[in-house]
Design a protein around this ligand. Structure first.
Ligand code: GLN
Length: 485
């Protein structure tokens, strides 16, 4: 048994039977992080002292018979989650010295269960990107091929799971940032419905789109993590007060009669042939499992990327106004007055992609252009939402690719932001519609790279997509393939 390869539920059994301790587990993980970090770069901050203290506390809980499935499990968090007393950069130079005075609710919830914190993970700056190349802390490398990107913006979160540097991780998804890196690194990524998980204490990018979710080794772990994270939080006015179902109980293994929609707009020319093949094979597997397929249309798909880049940048330009060098974060030296200090601090602190988005967003919100861009985008967003509402009258789940191609090469799209933006074409509509979706391993390309399958569910339909994902996992072996590193 290699501790590093274990899922949460497997590790739980070993911890429960006292075959290993949480401290031994944490030490093994920390040693692994140290040995592969020079090749991967998943972490911005490793927290060995915190990890060992958490593990000792977990071992005491286990000895006292007070453990649950997450007690003693080593996790790591995208550096967008506030962690009290532990540096939180959001991948930006502007927050290089920021130590938050409180923690995100999602992290608090996991802490209460006795998890072990290994550290904070690399990401695109302020979660803006699809490749992790916009981080101020270096590019993360894909553990399956270190010349390639791990995806973004939660690239460190996906790479850490794939490189076996953590048992599971947390990410955030505004336009695909959990699902696309999960797909590129061969792990399971879940973006819950908007409102399902609290975003309190998660650094805001685009507030009407951001959601928190887990990246895990398998679907069983995804259900465990969602169960721990979901629920109403009075500190987040967008979190919804509906009961949290038992997600693990939803994994029944049977999907007979499940109606799966195939949106014709997603199986387009330009889709990588290996991705197409993997989707065809997955459809075949689902047919054998007793699912019924329905051809559907999501007619406004073509407008999703443009709509997203107006709404997300508009919201980002407003959210990022708080980084002014006054209250926290980087402050420029030698400024001649207040305005100069703002300008210098922001010029020095933000990277090129973040600046581009602040400018785009400010433009879209400016008087004279507001109606033509921002208001128009909101109207198109409603049409995209209605596409999904209509589709879900005929189907229970929608099946699509996660990304048009497997992981691309580092540097390949840096010079062409539009090409980079288009890599989220299949994930962005889900955030605009506010519903849930997940990415699960569903194939390997001819060049040995993982390919993900996206299952989109109805709002608050996480149980259904988890059940469908689990049934597929039982019938295939893609989730057992590992990056050789
Ligand atoms: N790649 C998309 C963007 O750059 C999505 C990022 C995300 O989901 N945080 O905005």
């Amino acid at each position: 048994m290699d501790i590093l390869d274990q899922s949460i539920h497997e590790l739980h059994q070993r911890l429960k039977s006292k075959e290993i301790s949480s401290v031994e587990t944490a030490r093994a993980m920390l040693a692994r992080i140290e040995s592969v970090e020079p090749q991967i770069g998943s972490f911005i901050t490793v927290t060995p002292e915190q990890a060992l203290a958490d593990a000792e506390a977990a071992d005491r809980r286990i000895a006292a018979g007070q453990m649950d499935v997450l007690t003693g499990i080593p996790l790591a968090l995208k550096d967008i989650f506030l962690t009290e007393g532990i540096r939180t950069t959001c991948g930006s130079r502007i927050l290089d010295n920021f130590v938050p005075p409180y923690s995100a609710t999602s992290w608090e919830k996991l802490k209460e269960r006795g998890v072990v914190l290994l550290g904070k993970l690399n990401q695109d700056e302020f979660a803006m990107g699809s490749s992790n190349e916009s981080s101020a802390y270096g590019t993360v490398r894909n553990p399956w091929d270190t010349d390639r990107i791990p995806g973004g913006s939660s690239g460190g979160s996906a790479a850490a799971v794939a490189a076996r540097q953590a048992t599971a991780t947390l990410g955030t998804d505004t336009g695909g940032s959990i699902r696309q890196p999960a797909s590129h690194c061969g792990c399971v990524g879940l973006k819950p419905t908007y409102g399902r998980v609290s975003r309190y204490g998660v650094i805001a990018y685009a507030s009407s789109l951001d959601q928190v979710g887990p990246l895990t080794r398998d679907v069983t772990d995804s259900a465990i993590m969602l169960g721990a994270l979901a629920g109403h939080d009075p500190k987040d006015s967008t979190s919804v007060n509906t009961p949290v179902p038992d997600y693990s109980a939803a994994l029944t293994g049977t999907i007979k009669g499940l109606r799966i929609g195939l949106p014709r707009e997603y199986f387009i020319e330009g889709l990588d042939p290996d991705v197409h093949k993997a989707m065809d094979a997955a459809i075949e597997s689902y047919r054998r499992l007793g699912a019924e397929f329905v051809d559907i249309s999501l007619p406004h798909t073509d407008y999703a990327v443009a709509t997203y880049y107006l709404i997300a940048t508009a919201e980002a330009s407003s959210n990022l106004a708080r980084y002014d060098g006054v209250r926290f974060g980087h402050r420029a030296e030698g400024a001649a007055g207040l305005l100069d200090m703002y300008t210098k601090s922001r010029s020095e602190g933000f990277g090129a992609e973040v600046k581009r988005r602040i400018m785009l967003g400010t433009y879209a919100l400016s008087s004279g252009y507001y109606d033509a861009y921002y208001v128009k985008a909101q109207k198109v967003r409603t049409l995209i939402m209605q596409d999904f509402i209509c589709a879900f009258e005929a189907v229970d789940v929608i099946l699509t690719p996660v990304a048009p191609t497997p992981a691309f090469k580092i540097g390949e799209k840096v010079a062409d932001p539009l090409q980079m933006y288009l890599s989220d074409i299949f994930t962005i509509p889900v955030n605009l519609a506010g519903t849930c979706a997940m990415s699960i391993p569903a194939g390997i390309s001819a060049s040995g790279l993982p390919i993900g399958l996206q299952l989109i569910g109805k709002p608050f339909g996480e149980e259904t997509i988890l059940r469908a994902a689990h049934a597929f996992e039982q019938a295939t072996e893609w989730h057992t393939r590992k990056a050789v590193i």
